[in-house]
Design a protein around this ligand. Structure first.
Ligand SMILES: [Zn+2]
Ligand SMILES: [Zn+2]
Length: 335
């Protein structure tokens, strides 16, 4: 294992265990130093014990580099691998086993921390058959949302990468903002070109209930929208759920074939159980998605699976238990 590979795996493990940012940043800084220093110098300094003279390398990161030269599997990394396993309850495992892909995740193109290729390689390692890349749409400037030009560049990039990772499938998509009036933050011709579209509310979450209901119903009724992302927008202990009439919104999801996402991020776990029950009653479709912004977060699906198991979501209604081709056929069928 090279020092760079070791650092990236450490970051992956810290991410999946919800570690705080500063620790992750320390390893990423050290990785960047290694990337810009000749390999012979790194090895020579590891032997001489002078790694810490390099910028951004401290005790822990120097030790990890040294361990990559003395051990096949650095002991620090082995320990971290064991300590950061994401727990899966037996009930959640049933759902996890049924999932074949992940329909909501981000790359460095918007506010994610990893390249598309790293996300793909990680997804392959997790046994996924496909992923849908859903970076943010233009209005979400804080998250470097993609405008037409950048989305087109991304689609060209994905096209090239597809051949290298086959038979794994990369489906194109976007997490499109639902604007205040319920229209979508992307032109129709681009929406048309994407394989799978997630639509989410990211602004004006405190909108009055009736207006929010109309806004969401309009969005999920769009023939371009396939999945309603994190429907209440809540951040547990930080931001209350937005208010809408769940009967109208979920009836519209069921009628227009828009899946209700079960978002696996622990600060979201959206929809909350009482809303999930209403969506099931309305006969909605569902997805269980990671909404990952880093490779380690692709391992968060068990949290969403636990929500699904607790709510007894019918597995046959979860669209990412389908194969990629079945998913695309579903998208075309419900459009
Ligand atoms: Zn979102
Ligand atoms: Zn997202």
């Amino acid at each position: 294992m090279t020092p760079v590979e070791a650092f990236e795996r450490v970051v992956h493990c810290l991410d999946r265990a919800h570690a705080t940012g500063f620790k992750v940043r320390a390893y990423l800084t050290a990785r960047d130093t290694v990337l810009t220093t000749p390999a012979e110098e790194i090895e020579r300094r590891a032997k001489a014990g002078t790694l810490k003279e390099l910028p951004g390398i401290g005790d822990a990161t120097a030790r990890l580099i040294t361990e990559t030269f003395t051990h096949e599997m650095p002991p620090y990394l082995a320990k971290l691998e064991a300590e950061t396993q994401v727990e899966v309850t037996p009930e959640a495992q049933v759902y996890l086993d049924a999932l074949r892909g992940d329909c909501h995740l981000h790359s460095r193109w918007s506010d994610g921390g990893a390249t598309i290729e790293s996300m793909v390689r990680t997804a392959i390692g997790l046994g996924h058959e496909y992923l849908v890349l859903t970076d943010h749409s233009p209005r979400l400037t804080v998250a470097h949302g993609l405008n037409r030009e950048r989305l087109e560049a991304q689609l060209a990039d994905i096209e090239l990468l597809r051949e290298q990772v086959a038979p794994f499938r990369i489906l194109t998509g976007m997490e499109v903002d639902i604007l205040e009036d319920g229209t979508l933050d992307l032109d129709d011709d681009l929406l048309e070109r994407l394989d799978v579209v997630v639509a989410s509310v990211h602004s004006k979450l405190k909108m009055e209930r009736r207006q929010m209901t109309e806004r969401m119903v309009r969005a999920v009724a769009s023939p371009h929208v396939d999945i309603l992302g994190h429907c209440t927008g809540r951040l547990i202990d930080r931001r209350p759920p937005s208010q809408f009439d769940p009967d109208y919104v979920f009836a519209a999801c069921a009628a227009f074939g828009t899946a209700v996402e079960i978002n696996s991020r622990v600060e979201r776990l959206d929809p909350p159980p009482e809303l999930l029950a209403i969506a099931i009653e309305h006969g909605c479709w569902f997805t269980i998605d990671s909404d990952a912004h880093a490779t380690g977060q692709l391992e968060w699906l068990p949290h969403g699976c636990r929500v699904a198991a607790d709510g007894a979501v019918p597995i046959e209604r979860i669209v990412n238990t389908k194969t990629a081709d079945e998913l695309l056929a579903w998208v075309a069928w419900v459009a």
